[in-house]
Every structure is written in C-alpha cells, then in structure tokens.
Ligand binder design. Structure first.
Ligand code: SF4
Length: 120
C-alpha cells in the first residue's frame, strides 16, 4: 500500500511518500533525515501525540498556567487526556515542573506546569 505522511518531528514538515505492508515499511521518499522513516514506522504501528494546553489557577496573578505532557500518548486517547486535564484547577503559587497529574490515565506520561504563576 502507499500513503503520504507529513512528518511532525521538526518544522521542516517533510511530505513522506511511503510504501508499506501492514506495519512493515518497504520504502520512504521525501524525508530529509532518518527520523522521517522512524516517524512513519511509529505512525503505522502506534501513532502518538503530545499536548500543550492550559489549566485554571485559583488565587494567582494570572487565571491560567500552561502545561504539557512529559511524553507522547496514543493518538486515540488524546480527547480522554484533554478531558482529564480540563477537570483540573490549581492553587497559586505554581512552579514550572510541578506535576499536575502523575501517570495520566495510566498512559505513563505526566502533566507538568510550564509557566510560573505567583500568588496574588
Ligand atoms: S524527516 Fe527529518 S527533516 Fe523532515 S520533518 Fe521529519 S525530522 Fe524533520
């Protein structure tokens, strides 16, 4: 089978023409580096995505802080992960690296703070 993937590993966004059988990659063209082949293989076997979003903060100088996952989670669980993150409310102060949710939904990824918010 043939399929075109857009590599999201770096800003180049290479369009990678791929020939594959099941989860075996037979050939790739259009990738500027070997990471493209690894990305395509990952997409065929176990597609994953990461998230950067925000969480409410009570009693802070700003109403929101930014957060991110520490590692990518299965693509088909992204909406579940977002729902879980959206349920959270933090209390100021919050500090970069604070863990908001450890091992979210058992997916072996933590949600951590990426912006300091001081107490108001
Ligand atoms: S194939 Fe390499 S250069 Fe192209 S987008 Fe992926 S990581 Fe970047």
């Amino acid at each position: 089978m043939k399929r075109t993937f857009t590599c999201i590993v770096c800003p180049n966004g290479c369009e990678i023409e791929t020939e594959y059988e099941g989860t075996e990659v037979l050939s790739v063209t259009g990738n500027l580096c070997p990471k493209g082949r690894t990305y395509v293989t990952q997409e065929l076997v176990d597609p994953r995505r990461t998230i950067a979003t925000s969480v409410r903060v009570m009693g802070g100088t700003m109403p929101l802080t930014s957060v991110r996952l520490t590692s990518a989670v299965p693509k088909d669980r992204i909406f579940d992960v977002m729902e879980e993150i959206n349920r959270q409310t933090l209390t100021a102060p919050v500090r970069i690296g604070d863990v908001v949710i450890r091992n979210i939904l058992g997916l072996q990824s933590d949600v951590i703070v990426t912006k300091n918010i001081d107490k108001a």
